[in-house]
Design a protein around this ligand. Structure first.
Ligand SMILES: C[S@@+](CC[C@H](N)C(=O)[O-])C[C@H]1O[C@@H](n2cnc3c(N)ncnc32)[C@H](O)[C@@H]1O
Length: 356
């Protein structure tokens, strides 16, 4: 009798709650695969059984706790009291500039209970310097040759004197190491930030602590595009915006000017599909509370756009900057015009917009 009852032991099914806590192999397998899925796929999987629904819910929770996917020094959580979106869905995180990828963007592992450090490998190779100018074979250096830079005394800094919008840092072309004090923006985000949902502006980047004036916040990371590709994508984004109210693009065009006023360098950074926390910074007509600096690191081919606190910023304040001064003339390109909700006393009513 006893033997018989043992052989009739019920088979465990996926939906059985005991399965969740007892079958480690199943959990490990799900934890390896499900973090690769996008939100729509995750939602579909969660409908299949209780166990998978439980795992999908915990992945969604972990995603909402860190937009940076463990790729920054500090987690950057999403907060939403406006609608049901738990996190910004359609983007892949990169802490650095990367060359343009052809669509669709690569998948990114996000929301696992395990160690996420392996995802760092995909970006570590290139590092914060972007495309390097250092000749690996000859070891020729394009930066300073000092063994150790003192803050404010480095030859690299001397190049930037006289202008606040352009600066230089030591980099892979310098003789100094990663602990050099003249590498402030290469150490990643060091202040607490959060991403808050707003009814009118969508997601917004907020300070989650006091940030003192002059403190480095983050760079604008994304895909580096040729101008032709930037124009092609801008056309697509304009069309998407006219059909999908919630769609917002994050294609930034930076023009570096010669003293004559002529543009000498144009950089197109698209953070719409692949970007970092800076893609959540909204526009403010009064210039906002961030200053932007075009920063060159020795050994890097292109400068990076870096954000610093323009004044003391208190915890719970939205971070913003001016997207530009150019607005479409009255009556022109009405379909491209976006209403501005910056709330400043000098608000123009529409967001800056120019033909890319
Ligand atoms: C770089 S994204 C900023 C993040 C964006 N709010 C989001 O939800 O992803 C730029 C887009 O944000 C929105 N945005 C930025 N500043 C705004 C403002 N002052 N008022 C209204 N919408 C704004 C516009 O849709 C714009 O195309």
């Amino acid at each position: 009798m006893e033997k018989q009852s043992q052989s009739k032991k019920p088979r465990r099914r996926l939906g059985d709650s005991r399965f969740i806590v007892t079958d480690h192999q199943f959990l490990r397998c799900a934890d390896l695969i499900l973090p690769w899925l996008d939100p729509r796929e995750l939602a579909a999987v969660s409908l299949t059984c209780k166990a998978l629904s439980f795992i999908c819910r915990s992945i969604t929770l972990r995603r909402s706790l860190d937009a940076a996917r463990s790729l920054e020094n500090l987690p950057v959580p999403f907060l939403n009291t406006v609608d049901s979106k738990r996190y910004a869905e359609d983007f892949v995180y990169t802490p650095f500039q990367i060359p343009a990828t052809s669509p669709p963007p690569p998948r990114q592992w996000w929301g696992s209970a395990g160690d996420d450090s392996s995802v760092l490998d995909s970006v570590n190779g290139r590092g914060r310097f972007g495309v390097s100018l250092v000749d690996d074979k000859s070891g020729e250096l394009y930066g300073c040759e000092c063994e150790r830079c003192e803050e404010g005394c480095c030859q690299c800094l001397a190049l930037s004197e006289g202008t606040e919008e352009i600066a230089n840092e030591c980099g892979s072309g310098c003789g100094c190491g990663s602990d050099c004090p003249n590498r402030v923006t290469q150490k990643g985000i060091s202040v607490r930030l959060k991403i808050v949902r707003d009814e009118k502006k969508g997601w917004c980047l907020y300070a989650d602590q006091l940030i003192k004036k002059g403190h480095y916040i983050c760079e604008y990371a994304g895909e580096l595009l040729t101008t032709a590709e930037a124009r092609r994508r801008q056309n697509i984004y304009d069309k998407l915006r006219s059909t999908q109210q919630s769609f917002s693009s994050a294609l930034l065009v930076i023009r570096e000017h010669l003293p004559s006023g002529q543009a000498c360098l144009r950089i197109n950074i698209d953070a719409t599909r692949i970007g970092n926390v800076a893609r959540f910074i909204n526009h403010s007509c009064d210039g906002g509370n961030l200053s932007t600096v075009l920063l060159r690191s020795s050994g890097a081919l292109l400068p990076r756009l870096c954000f610093f606190a323009a004044r003391d910023i208190v915890a719970g304040e939205e971070l913003s900057f001016s997207y530009g001064d150019v607005r479409l003339a009255l009556g022109k390109g009405t379909d491209k015009k976006l209403n501005c909700s910056c709330g400043s006393s000098c608000c123009f009513g529409t967001l800056p917009c120019e033909n890319t």
